[in-house]
Design a protein around this ligand. Structure first.
Ligand code: AMP
Length: 421
């Protein structure tokens, strides 16, 4: 048997370490705070779900379900999958717990890891994180507007300025299907000019071909029938109200007629928010309406709208202003001189910590010089020194590591002295 001496993270996954995790936590806290002000409450669903939930909810023909799921049989032979997205799980929970009995709209948000077996590349992981929100039970355009206002508020609080909302409507289910058919009829005679992915999609999900990044295919699509011609008057009106309102609320957006999104469940409004700084994988969030998802999962006809923000990408392009605000509270060091027992130093550190100060305490038997050096390397600006003399006289010495200046302070005055520095 071979033994492995070293382990590393599984391909496409990564560890997040401090101080970066502090930035993540601050972004998450901002999302919670902002979303709560719009009346959204947190939902936590399991990471494992029945595979069938995603097959039904997201769509068998999508890349996510067709190619990218982590699916396995458990010990009883049940097919389970790590969730590749959370809208279907949240919709499942909505049906399972009869949330249609709650006053509408039911507004939920979630945070957590998602899993897709994709080819890892810059900004693309196999375990990645999303923050998302879903609003159920409101059919009208104003909830779409409110959701986009909430996104603007959240991204604004993070300091983003260069983001653009790309907006489109894919129409209701009937228009979407009729358009898919028309597109198929147009592309079928030109099949040989399509790439392998699009040839497959011609059978399974022709709308997705509009998403193509291949130049040859974009050219081919120039003369294809337009989705807009297939919209019902109701879908058109819904979209017009959304666009007009966004304009009046000063939300920067562009209508992107080719935007269809990769998931099958979308109807009517769809959107992405892109950042100029991100290159090819430039979408930091995507979302839209899914008016048939709940009924598809066995519930009644309840419309919904939501989005998912890719946290990994969001943090990649996070404005420096927000990042530097999380740069870390100052840390106080506690160092004892010979003759003082470690318990005394730990007791002093506890006092500082109870007062809310981040405190490092030297617990080992190091020289004062070595302990000071270690405090300095770990980013402390102030060190509290405790010697036998200080213990006897009820004082401590406060040393500023940047200037080397040291002052003697009565123990009772210590907190105030540090706070004033
Ligand atoms: P989707 O659930 O596909 O609509 O994606 C929503 C957002 O999640 C995207 O805009 C990305 O920011 C992010 N995302 C999707 N897949 C990945 C991935 N493999 N790695 C990192 N972020 C991802």
């Amino acid at each position: 048997m071979t033994s492995r001496s070293r382990f590393s993270t599984v391909k496409g996954t990564r560890d997040l370490l401090p101080p970066e995790t502090r930035v993540w936590a601050a972004v998450e806290a901002t999302a919670r705070r902002v979303f709560e002000t719009y009346g959204y409450g947190e939902i936590r669903t399991p990471i494992l779900e029945d595979t069938e939930l995603f097959v039904r909810g997201v769509g068998e023909a999508t890349d996510i379900v067709g190619k990218e799921m982590y699916t396995f049989l458990d010990k009883k032979g049940r097919s389970l999958s790590l969730r590749p997205e959370s809208t279907a799980p949240v919709a499942r929970a909505f049906v399972e717990h009869h949330l249609s009995d709650w006053p509408a709209p039911v507004k939920l948000y979630y945070l957590g890891p998602q899993f897709r077996y994709e080819r890892p590349q810059a900004g693309r992981y196999r375990q990645f994180y999303q923050i998302g929100a879903e609003a159920f039970g409101d059919d009208g355009p104003w909830i779409d507007v409110e959701l986009l206002l909430m996104l603007r508020r959240f991204l604004g609080e993070l300091g983003f300025e260069d983001l653009v909302v790309l907006l489109n409507t894919v129409g209701d289910r009937a228009s979407r299907a009729a358009y898919g058919e028309a597109l198929r009829r147009y592309l079928e005679p030109r099949r040989s000019e399509l790439g392998e992915d699009s040839r497959r999609r011609l059978e399974t999900n022709p709308l997705r071909i509009l998403d193509t990044k291949l130049e040859s295919e974009t050219a081919l699509l120039e003369n294809a029938p337009a989705l807009q011609e297939f919209l019902t008057p109701e879908s058109r009106e819904h979209f017009r109200v959304v666009c007009d309102a966004l304009e009046r609320f000063g939300v920067a957006f562009q209508v992107a007629e080719r935007l269809v999104r990769g998931l099958d469940y979308y109807t009517r409004t769809v959107f992405e928010v892109v950042s100029a700084g991100l290159g090819a994988q430039n979408a930091i969030l995507g979302g839209g309406r899914y008016d048939a998802l709940i009924s598809e999962l066995g519930g009644s006809e309840v419309p919904g709208i939501g989005f998912a923000i890719g946290l990994d990408r969001l943090i990649d392009v996070l404005p420096e202003s927000f990042r530097s605000r999380q740069a870390g509270a100052r840390t106080i060091g506690v160092v004892r001189a010979g003759g003082v027992v470690v318990e005394e130093a730990l007791r002093l550190a506890e006092e500082l910590r109870i007062a809310g100060m981040a405190t490092l305490v030297e617990l080992g038997e190091r020289s004062v010089k070595a302990a000071l050096k270690s405090c300095s390397r770990r980013g402390c600006q102030l060190v509290v020194l405790l010697g036998e003399e200080e213990l006897r006289s009820g004082t401590v010495a406060v040393k500023d590591l940047a200037t080397g200046a040291q002052q003697s302070v009565a123990r009772a005055e210590l907190l105030r002295t540090i706070e004033e520095r």
